[in-house]
Design a binder for this molecule. Structure first.
Ligand SMILES: *[C@@H]1O[C@H](CO)[C@@H](O)[C@H](O)[C@H]1NC(C)=O
Ligand SMILES: *[C@@H]1O[C@H](CO)[C@@H](O)[C@H](O)[C@H]1NC(C)=O
Ligand SMILES: *[C@@H]1O[C@H](CO)[C@@H](O)[C@H](O)[C@H]1NC(C)=O
Length: 369
């Protein structure tokens, strides 16, 4: 109890010190530090001083506060078919004109988007649905769970959507967003909201996440790297986040929103081929990291896809955006569901019903390779 109180006092004093310290600091143009109830610390950074603008290709970039247009719905959806409740993305109440940047990241550097090998040739495993077609955006409802991942490793378990351009095999370009359990990020095993991209990175790195390296221009108050709450419970209440990625046809920037919430965009300058289109889209889970092959973590809900609604994780209401900036169903002849590690993870029920196109995916891991 005493220890607990002492910790609380220290946290509080640190908070006060940081909050007041930053008032005087013009270094990063941080106006305020906000401590969330989850114990995350965010700095509110002037939107015009954000790190992404230091990318050499974005020197004269003029920030866009919103997309010039949105993809067009072809029909009005009946919301009754959507059974899940919305989880909340981490929203940080930074002052107007500033955006939240998470602090105290322990370390990251696990590649999130690479489908079969990550850095040093580590093999990643995926299970989900994929469309190989020209794609100009995607919208999906991601059912959020907290799959178990070993602590003190750099392993991750993701529930992600990815748009990829593979026209140049030696220079893949991709963007993605979703939920990740990533113990080496903040030292815990919570589901957190992350983005990732591959393109013309400043540092020579192949892939970057969140604001790790300059590139993603944030305009909204969603705190990248923050917790998603609540999360689904096996055989209990189910929660989802909606993610929409789409290309602004005029500016060719790639936007990320969740429902009506604007998060930010990847400027077109970051990409060569992805500037025009993605050549595939993925919705599902991935496990990656240095020790996954020795002891596979859980994916999705930690249960096999065949268990179905409320028990297995689902990617729901999957849509793509076509070349006319309209929502469309993925062409079923160019789409499939698969698992790269059938002993550990499965996919099931990829198809259309009254709640839209969906796929169940995931599994307990634990199997030997
Ligand atoms: C969708 O709803 C809007 C507003 O309720 C209505 O104006 C529009 O005609 C509807 N569109 C279709 C395709 O039903
Ligand atoms: C919707 O949720 C209820 C429980 O809240 C469940 O009984 C029902 O099967 C679900 N419907 C669908 C279509 O999955
Ligand atoms: C493909 O990417 C590599 C590496 O970035 C580059 O050197 C090459 O010129 C690209 N090829 C084409 C056809 O654009």
């Amino acid at each position: 109890m005493v220890e607990y109180l002492a910790t609380r006092v220290i946290i509080f004093l640190t908070y006060v010190a940081l909050t007041f310290g930053n008032r005087e600091s013009t270094d990063q143009d941080a106006f305020q530090t906000i401590l969330t109830k989850d114990g995350d610390r965010y700095k509110c950074v002037s939107i015009n001083q954000q790190r992404s603008l230091r990318h050499p290709l974005l020197m004269n970039h003029k920030i866009q506060m919103k997309p010039r247009s949105y993809p067009i719905e072809l029909y009005n959806r009946s919301l009754t078919a959507v059974n899940n409740s919305l989880a909340e993305l981490p929203t940080i109440s930074c002052p107007i004109g500033t955006i939240p940047i998470i602090q105290d990241i322990i370390g990251g550097s696990t590649n999130i988007l690479f489908f079969h090998t990550t850095n040093a040739g580590e093999r990643a495993e995926v299970a989900g649905a994929k469309t190989n077609d020209d794609v100009y955006g995607t919208s999906v409802s991601i059912n959020v769970y907290e799959p178990k991942v070993k602590e003190k490793t750099k392993d991750i378990s993701t529930s992600f959507t990815v748009l990829l351009n593979a026209q140049n095999k030696s220079h893949l370009e991709a963007i993605g967003a979703g939920s990740i359990v990533w113990p080496s990020f903040c030292g815990d095993t919570f589901a957190r909201f992350h983005i990732s991209w591959m393109g013309r990175t400043h540092s020579g790195r192949v892939e970057c996440y969140d604001h790790e390296c300059p590139g993603f221009v944030q305009v909204g108050k969603v705190g990248l790297g923050g917790r998603i709450l609540p999360v689904s419970i096996y055989n209990g209440p189910q929660y989802q986040i909606n993610v929409l990625l789409f290309k602004d046809p005029k500016s060719k920037d790639w936007w990320l929103t969740s429902g009506n919430t604007l998060i930010g965009y990847w400027p077109s300058q970051l990409f060569t081929n992805l500037k025009d289109k993605a050549t595939s889209a993925f919705w599902g889970g991935q496990v990656a990291g240095p020790t996954v092959q020795e002891n596979f973590p859980e994916m999705g809900s930690g249960h096999l896809a065949s268990e179905g609604f409320g028990k297995a994780a689902i990617m729901g209401d999957i849509k793509i955006v076509d070349g006319n900036n309209k929502y469309a169903k993925p062409d079923i002849h160019k789409s499939f569901a698969a698992s790269s590690k059938k002993k550990c993870y499965s996919v099931d029920s990829f198809g259309q019903d009254e709640s839209g196109l969906h796929v169940y995916y995931g599994g307990p891991g634990g199997c030997s390779s």
